[in-house]
Design a protein around this ligand. Sequence first.
Ligand code: CP
Length: 323
Amino acid sequence: MKSFLNVQDLGNLHQALQEAVEVKQDRFQWQHLGKNKTLLMVFFNNSLRTRLSTQKAAMNLGMNVIVLDVNAGAWKLETERGVIMDGDRSEHLLEAIPVMGSYCDLIGIRSFAGLTDREYDYAETVYHQFLKYSGRPVFAMETATVHPLQAFADLITIEEHKRKPRPKVVLTWAPHPRALPQAVPNSFAQWMNAADVDFVITHPKGYELDPAFAGNATVEYDQMKAFEGADFIYAKNWSCPGVTCPDQYGKILDDYHQMMHWTVDAAHMAVTDNAHFMHCLPVRRGMIVSDDVIEAPTSLVIPEAANREISATVVIKRMLESL
Ligand code: CP
């Protein structure tokens, strides 16, 4: 595997899930694969879980790890071609990427959407520059439009906790004070569409996900109706994807104070089938979810985060095997 952005990159999803089970049984059994190999993790944005779980995964596989926080100690990088670099950006990504590639065997990239230019974000411009110019296999650690390591961990968690062969999984928009990317809901939708689940998306009008990710999911604008009989509630905020209102791309459509009835609380969970609560974290309590719901025994936010180590181990293992 030379690139990991989408669920299709893993091939047979059932096999990938089986591999996750094997990794969980003994996550150190492939240490030989990473001997004398180096993973470079490049962060253009903050992280807690991705940073720790991906580094741990690489160490499980016997790798050395270098972490670069681009905005804390590196030269400021120019990403546009054809510009006169007379500002504060001292180095161009087109030199920096092959240099980075010369020091490692695999590269993980975290580079969020700018949320101003939909075409630029949805082309995954930065990720594809790394893929083209580094000469190394590259994987997304949340890029402009996707967060596949998160979605893989989410699916592993659902597989571990489902109580029926085909559970009802609901992705719900929830309020947030700042405009957030669509990467997590995009990937979650893509992976749920590939999994054996009854998948429903609920959000206020205007937040329709890109059809490439929403696929054939049922969209239900009545949140309480969507929650009825659900087995898993996956909460997340996202800004306007610009599908039904292109001029609003990356924006919050309504003052969040007016949208607090979308916060997942006990009244919402009461109409589910004793659903598990899920969120990728970090989460704002009182905005996305109430304290009692996230602290309930049915909340999976911690096992879900722990499974990030498992999803990353499977993906890095696959990349090492294809070197
Ligand atoms: N869920 C997730 O990716 O967390 P971090 O942003 O802390 O890495």
